[in-house]
Design a protein around this ligand. Structure first.
Ligand code: PLP
Length: 392
């Protein structure tokens, strides 16, 4: 049969650009090419911060972001997609389904109205700092640590006071207490195990911080499943404690963005004011519920990572010219004594297809690389790659 092909319909009016797209070389009409007029309206404290960005070239073995090396099992993905498909997508999601809050509360051993869910735990770090910090308010944190705390403090108009970690990057709890008291800190942020060093807080440290300072103590436990103590039991004792957890690391759901804050219900109600409404979408809500249902299978993966960490540390410990720092997380920090870390990073990538994190830029981590713990094959590849590079 001979049919005349139908021409494609015109694009809907809303999709047609309303104005010509500006010539990138000349810049948008009416603005100076360096953006000075707009920049003048941005807070100096924001312009003083470095952006949180990551340049990550593609690589066979991706060990640069402390993710899980394993995707979710296909049957779990199907279960999540079926639940998401059954939800009405034209409707806003529930803020947090009560059943999910109850399951999270049971999982973490806390009360359901003391749980706040977020689009990743980063969102809840931001919300917590936003409700606690007044202009000029002081945030104390160990150094080095997760760079987002400093960035958000600056954006929110606070002052950031880093407290150096001690020998081998162990937590210096005395110095943290002293600084928090001296500076009248509004907030102390403790990341344990700490990114990028892997150091865990000693037992009793959070209780000490609560007893000896007047600050809101925010414990970012993004990596706690891999080792170190948790502050969760202290929630029942103090309304100045906020514990942050994420499904991005141990539960392997970084791409779906789900995290939570646990605190006294009265404090949770206040933090909730600074997060955006409908922050967790229907797919992620379905995924979070499914991950909790399949907890034991996912926990087995944590056991494997801890075993692979032990093997990597043992293998690297035999190499010359390298220091491996103790880690309770799903990554290890290593320092190279004989070759520039930057060169080791490049050669791992170019010659072995292994992407790790070059953290050697700052003064505290000179000559250091951070390596995420992957599969048993990843461990072998990293050990063999470094063996070759260090013996050359
Ligand atoms: C210390 C720390 N907290 C939080 C996060 C991110 O958590 P989420 O993916 O839940 O936003 C990371 C990610 O690398 C991290 O290192």
């Amino acid at each position: 049969m001979n049919r005349t092909p139908t021409p494609p319909p015109d694009p809907p009016a809303a999709l047609v650009p309303a104005r010509p797209i500006p010539d990138a070389a000349r810049g948008p009409a009416g603005a100076t090419s360096d953006g000075a007029e707009g920049l003048a309206l941005i807070k100096p404290a924001v312009r003083a911060q470095s952006a949180y960005t990551l340049h990550a070239p593609a690589a066979r073995r991706k060990l640069n972001q402390n993710e899980s090396p394993w995707d979710l099992p296909p049957e779990l993905k199907r279960e999540i997609l079926a639940a998401a498909e059954a939800a009405p997508w034209q409707r806003y999601p529930e803020f947090a389904p009560p059943a999910l809050l109850a399951e999270l509360a049971a999982h973490y051993g806390w009360v359901a109205d003391g749980v706040l869910v977020g689009n990743g735990s980063n969102e809840l770090i931001q919300a917590t700092l936003a409700v606690a910090l007044e202009p000029g308010g002081v945030v104390v944190a160990p150094s080095p640590t997760f760079s987002l705390y400093r960035l958000l403090t600056g954006v929110l108009g606070g002052h950031y006071r880093p407290v150096p970690l001690g020998r081998d990057f162990a937590y210096d709890v005395d110095a943290l207490v002293d600084t928090a008291v001296r500076e009248h800190a509004r907030v102390v942020v403790l990341n344990s195990p700490n990114n990028p060093t892997g150091s865990a807080l000693p037992e009793g440290a959070v209780r000490r911080m609560l007893e000896e300072t007047g600050a809101l103590i925010v414990c970012d436990e993004a990596y706690q499943e891999f080792g170190g103590p948790t502050a969760l039991p202290l929630l029942a004792e103090s309304s100045r404690l906020v514990v942050l957890r994420t499904f991005s690391k141990a539960l392997g759901m970084a791409g779906l963005r789900f995290g939570l804050a646990l605190a006294h219900p009265a404090v949770v109600r206040e933090i909730a004011k600074a997060k955006l409404p409908y922050n967790v979408n229907v797919v992620t809500l379905a995924a979070a519920a499914a991950a909790l249902r399949h907890g034991p299978a996912l926990e087995e993966r944590v056991r494997l990572i801890v075993e692979n960490r032990r093997r990597l540390v043992a293998r690297l410990g035999q190499l010359p010219g390298i220091t491996v720092f103790p880690s309770a997380a799903n990554f290890v920090l290593v320092r190279f004594e004989r070759q520039p870390a930057r060169e080791v990073f490049r050669r791992l990538l170019d010659e072995h297809g292994i992407l790790v994190r070059d953290v050697s830029g700052g003064s505290e981590l000179t000559q250091c690389l951070r390596i995420s713990i992957g599969t048993a094959e990843d461990v072998e590849a990293v050990a063999e790659g470094l063996e070759q590079i260090l013996s050359a």
